[in-house]
Design a binder for this molecule. Structure first.
Ligand code: A2P
Length: 339
């Protein structure tokens, strides 16, 4: 019979999108249970035109639940994911809590679905910026072996959650009417600004977000030789992360080869017509499932190098959609059970 599915963090930016994606993709279920903190217990969320009542996420919530999709913050996942698994529930977790745990596969279904085969109950969804980069890079790595990637990101505020979406709205409105702004979610004003800090700083001077891209790439590609160096920037965009990628490969690839290769790759849409001023942009990618690639050109300063621009909806492919694609792949592979 179809699984009982819990959406943990159902009132949040990603949780809301998860409900939408479950509906749009006609995910098989026998029951959907929206869960959030005590603050939201009793609130209603919409699913398939009906109202579902949010229940508080507690230690006893997972009795009879087959699949839990978590997007309720790292500490909630850290605490409750093992409890869910204890009661026989498979967890797909969107937080960073379990990503680098050796017991947990870190999966982008277009890239490394086979890693689901060794799951022990918790499967991690990668960082939003990593996911879209992997979708675009895996075909190139298979074809020409990537040696090194230099990535700079332009990340939307929705990645921080609902409160950050409201902060950008409010600051924009206030500045446009000549009022002073206060920064609450971010350490500085985000409206009409760029913040070269996402997540906290580490001892090496990089931010945690930047180091996630380094470590997660190696785990997902299953190749410790790929070097990634990242600069992650928050920009005043609501939905859709953009990335500038400089890629050095072992084998030579011409820009046309990369275009042809990516055009037939799963999850990718190539949009690269400079003569028509056509290239991917976050306002177009928002609400879509694909990872869009454009501005593909050879790096003329090195032997085997490619530059390109990659855009995807961070809440969909970067979070809710990838999580649900993982769940769909678990079902296809008959892996929706705690081993
Ligand atoms: P709540 O609305 O009750 O606070 P976002 O990323 O948009 O900020 O959303 C975070 C989601 O995680 C919300 O649904 C939020 O619920 C939920 N959440 C946060 N902390 C907890 C917690 N301790 N237990 C359960 N759910 C939580």
């Amino acid at each position: 019979s179809n699984p009982v599915v819990a959406v943990c963090g159902a009132t949040g930016a990603v949780g809301q999108e998860m409900l939408k994606v479950l509906e749009q993709r006609e995910f098989p279920y026998s029951k959907i249970i929206p869960m959030a903190s005590a603050r939201s217990a009793g609130k209603k969320v919409e699913f398939k035109g009906e109202e579902l009542t949010v229940v508080e996420l507690t230690e006893d919530s997972f009795e009879g639940v087959d699949l839990a999709l978590f997007s309720a913050g790292g500490s909630t996942s850290e605490k409750f994911a093992p409890i869910a698994v204890q009661s026989g529930c498979v967890v797909v977790d969107n937080s960073s809590a379990w990503r680098m745990d050796d017991e947990c596969p870190l999966v982008v279904p277009e890239v490394n679905p086979e890693d689901l085969d060794w799951h022990k109950g918790i499967i991690a969804n990668p960082n939003c910026s990593t996911i879209q980069m992997m979708v675009a890079l895996k075909p190139i790595h298979d074809e020409a072996r990537i040696k090194r990637v230099v990535v700079s990101t332009y990340q939307a505020v929705s990645g921080t959650g609902q409160k950050a979406i409201e902060e950008l709205e409010n600051q924009t409105r206030r500045l446009m009417s000549g009022q002073p702004v206060v920064a609450d979610v971010y350490p500085h004003q985000i409206a009409f600004n760029c913040l070269p800090q996402i997540d906290v700083f580490m001892e090496n001077g990089y931010t945690k977000e930047e180091m996630k891209m380094v470590h997660e790439t190696i785990k997902i590609m299953g190749d410790p030789t790929i070097k990634v160096t990242a600069t992650c920037v928050r920009v005043p965009v609501f939905y859709g992360h953009s990335e500038s990628l400089n890629i050095e490969t072992q084998e030579k690839m011409k820009a046309d080869d990369v275009r042809a290769l990516l055009a037939k790759s799963p999850g990718v849409i190539v949009e690269d017509y400079p003569e028509k001023k056509a290239y991917p942009m976050p306002v177009d990618a928002a609400g879509d499932d694909a990872t869009y690639v454009g501005r593909i050109r050879e790096d003329e300063t090195i032997e085997n190098g490619i530059n390109m621009w990659v855009v995807s909806d961070n809440i969909r492919k970067g979070a809710a959609l990838n999580t649900i694609q993982i769940a769909e792949t678990l079902i296809q592979r008959n892996l929706l059970r705690v081993p």
